[in-house]
Design a protein around this ligand. Sequence first.
Ligand SMILES: Nc1nc2c(c(=O)[nH]1)N[C@H]1C(S)=C(S)[C@@H](COP(=O)(O)OP(=O)(O)OC[C@H]3O[C@@H](n4cnc5c(N)ncnc54)[C@H](O)[C@@H]3O)O[C@H]1N2
Ligand code: MOO
Length: 394
Amino acid sequence: MIGFDEALERLAATVGPTRQERVRLAEAHGRALAAPVIARLDSPASDTSAMDGYAVREADFALPARLRVVGESFAGHGFDGAVSAGECVRIFTGAPLPRGADRVIMQEVVRREGDLAIFDHALGGGRHVRPQGSDFRRGDELLPAGRRLDPRAMVAAAGADVAEVEVWARPTVIVLGTGDELAEPGRAAERPGMIPESVSFGVAGMARVFGAEVVDRLRLPDDPGVLQSAAAAALDRADLVVVTGGASVGEKDYARAMFTRSGLELIFSKVAIKPGKPVWLGRARGRLVLGLPGNPTSAMVTARLFLAPLLAGLAGEPPGAALRWRPAPLAGALPACGERETFHRAVWRDGGVEAISNQDSSAQKALAAAELLIRRRAGAPAALAGETIEALAF
Ligand SMILES: Nc1nc2c(c(=O)[nH]1)N[C@H]1C(S)=C(S)[C@@H](COP(=O)(O)OP(=O)(O)OC[C@H]3O[C@@H](n4cnc5c(N)ncnc54)[C@H](O)[C@@H]3O)O[C@H]1N2
Ligand code: MOO
């Protein structure tokens, strides 16, 4: 058995992005950039008003100032002329500052008498002007290669004035759930011994959250022939095949064996973690295969710890981008950690994190309640409330 860090190192050494493609910006959300986004213009393109009001020359400000309004500057339609001594221009937020003007006065402190604007208030500190290029300059790198185009990055990419971006292909995933006892949800009560197949729904959901396209989700019986054919077919259709259940040492634990004929090479098998010890990763026919334990909580914990970084790597991000551990104070005590590194399911409480009471690896109800994973290193002593631990959004 290897440790968690070693397993992640092997994962990172194995996974990389698939195909690069050029897509229109509207199709790029959620993808990782294969090339940086470079600004094609200055932003703002010229000195720009930050307020609705009047563009003035500071030199004219002996109070009360009475300035002639000589024109208007709108966003998209600037004022062509220049502002001379004793003049001002009506201006709106986002509009270009006319030549000659050097600041904007908010309309709330200005009185109008016909074409005169009257200013009785002393100038405040703010000039209400955004200088040309104060956000970014033409040629600046706004987003580096490898950056995921999340909603905030989409704004920067569009702001760069690019119509298309170079991105990595969205990884494709097939989820195979194995076990004779598994029934389609809604049908488990029909036959004794059946349980609803729940894990593939969570794994597929997590794959989508981490940017994958789930091309299929199949429920398979514990029949070696059926499993072998399904394994071979899945490898033809997806970058990553996730197989759940049958990972342990039971007589019908066929999850690894079903890929043997397809030439499975294991990258790791069994990791010293709790829950999820039977997790394994391999490669067959140039595709990745991730084996998750069947117990629902174990499956989802190992999906978070291994599927998420695999998808990050396949999508063109560093795999570690999917595992951002944050220090957080403990809101309740934790027992000493045994020899397997342990990932407690936890919730936020009173500004800290607290392990939930049901830590059973087969739990489904308690799984739904868990917001976080707390990471405890093997051999760590008992921890008291107030101590700082490492937590990961689950
Ligand atoms: N002698 C040993 N027994 C077990 C060991 C061990 O080391 N030695 N490891 C235990 C650990 S840890 C885990 S975790 C489980 C994982 O076993 P498998 O991956 O082989 O999973 P299954 O036996 O197929 O199923 C376990 C459990 O989960 C239910 N299940 C399976 N798939 C689904 C699904 N898609 N949806 C809902 N529930 C599912 C299944 O019915 C079982 O109850 O092994 C321990 N045993
Ligand atoms: O890995 Mo198992 O998750 O402890 O039940």
